[in-house]
Design a binder for this molecule. Structure first.
Ligand SMILES: Nc1ncnc2c1ncn2[C@@H]1O[C@H](COP(=O)(O)OP(=O)(O)OP(=O)(O)O)[C@@H](O)[C@H]1O
Length: 289
């Protein structure tokens, strides 16, 4: 499978924060969810992906090409979807089409009008009257109208009501059906990931903790429960977090296969939710990752 984005040993230093040695691949034809706590470095990583920031060291390639020599082509192929209004507030969608359309080689007016209709957006109303969800759909319609193959979104569902959120996720899923597009989006909402993501990239304090398919993550991690007398140093090293009383323990492992082979029927193993995995991995990362 082709990588749409590749970060190779990327470092970016700010005064009080740095992205450290980022190695990251975004796979073609898939939806990757980008998660991490507030301030972990998600927006900074996405700005690097769009060339709004440049790395201090390391290499970034998009569609196998660098920005230094292919900026215009890459910008044509990428759609950045956001929920804030970057246009004059009094403009409507018809005005915006006239400004944005000519900027893109592959712009299609008919696609634009199709999406506006599909997303039930008003053509003649000023943008300042749009809700957050409508702005998100506007931005998505723009990206799809210039045939963006790689769609990047910074927290697309934050602040949307549950009905609208599900509608937007369904639109994203539908967009993926012809297999030509790739989506990379940041979110704090794990149910969004469970609904649509194929892969998860997890960043913490400027470092990537994992970048894997959801299926692999769910196979690798498990909740383990059992009698406290089963715990010894050899077992404990497979746990990224553990709570223990004098009689029982409950732990989370990132090596379910090994724990199963060591403890088998003596313990109960259950699927860990993404929320559990992120919560416990975060706490454990200083020690184990
Ligand atoms: N231009 C800049 N100059 C200096 N520091 C910066 C700059 N941009 C971001 N930072 C710092 O980098 C850190 C990471 O910020 P970033 O916006 O990438 O996090 P995030 O994961 O997107 O957070 P959130 O989920 O809250 O949006 C923060 O501590 C922020 O203050």
């Amino acid at each position: 499978m082709e990588n749409i984005v590749e970060f190779n040993n990327v470092n970016k230093y700010f005064k009080d924060f740095s992205l450290e040695n980022i190695n990251l691949q975004v796979k073609q034809g898939q939806i990757t969810g980008f998660v991490g706590a507030n301030g972990a470095g998600k927006s900074t990583t996405m700005k690097l992906m769009m060339n709004l920031l440049q790395p201090d060291t390391g290499e970034i390639k998009v569609f196998g090409k660098d920005y230094a020599n292919h900026e215009k082509e890459l910008k044509e192929r990428i759609g950045f979807v956001y929920d804030s209004n970057v246009f004059y507030e009094s403009l409507n969608l018809k005005d915006i089409r006239k400004i944005i359309g000519p900027a893109y080689k592959n712009w299609s007016d008919s696609k634009f009008y199709d999406y506006i209709k599909k997303f039930e957006l008003p053509l003649n109303k000023a943008i300042k009257t749009f809700s957050k969800g409508m702005l998100m759909k506007t931005s998505l319609a723009m990206a799809l109208s210039h045939e963006a193959e790689f769609i990047m979104m910074d927290e697309p569902t934050a602040g949307l009501d549950p009905v609208f959120r599900r509608e937007l996720l369904d639109i994203l899923k539908e967009m993926m059906e012809d297999g030509r597009r790739t989506i990379f989006f940041s979110t704090h909402i794990t149910s969004d990931l469970e609904r649509i993501a194929d892969n998860i990239t997890f960043i913490q304090s400027g470092k990537i903790l994992f970048n894997e398919s959801i299926r692999d993550i769910q196979e690798r991690y498990a909740l383990v429960k059992g009698n406290a007398n089963l715990i010894n140093h050899d077992i404990e090293k497979y746990f990224i977090s553990m709570e223990r009383s004098s009689t029982e323990f409950q732990a989370i492992t990132n090596n379910a296969e090994e724990v199963r082979s060591l403890l088998g029927d003596q313990v109960v193993m259950e699927e860990a939710s993404l929320e559990d995995i992120m919560f416990y991995t975060k706490g454990a990362s200083r020690q184990y990752v």
